[in-house]
Design a protein around this ligand. Sequence first.
Ligand code: ASC
Length: 149
Amino acid sequence: MKKLSFLIFAAAAITLALPAAAQFAKPEDAVKYRKNALFVMQQNFARVAAMAGGKAPFDAKVAADSAAVADFVSKLPWAAFGEGTDKGDTKAKPEIWMDKAKFDEYAQKMQGEMSKLNAAAKTGNIDSIKAAVGSVGGSCKTCHDAFRM
Ligand code: ASC
């Protein structure tokens, strides 16, 4: 019994000590997690971008709601780029793990721009939204050019 309690304690301690990055049962789960998060983010961002680009009618409420979701979800993918998740059904380049600092910097940059878009969308000002959409798009592209196949 003592041994079992110890094992449970040890397992809990290890789980809590691990960074969020490692908290996936399998590497495939991490890949799926980050792809799904990026997909949900992209869908919400693209909806706002379509309005900003005049390709969809401007609806301030939809824009604000979508930007808020994109902002929140923009925080999620990064914990799923841990070591050993460079394999499988992914377009992530090995360069991510060779220059993690740069990758993290680009990820941070995008999150910052997305949070500015969220703030702009809350004001309902289409010109501010347009400018912020451009900055987010630029930050997506910078990272994709360097780190996506
Ligand atoms: C999107 C999307 C991207 C970015 C990028 C902007 O909607 O899927 O990867 O915007 O195209 O340059």
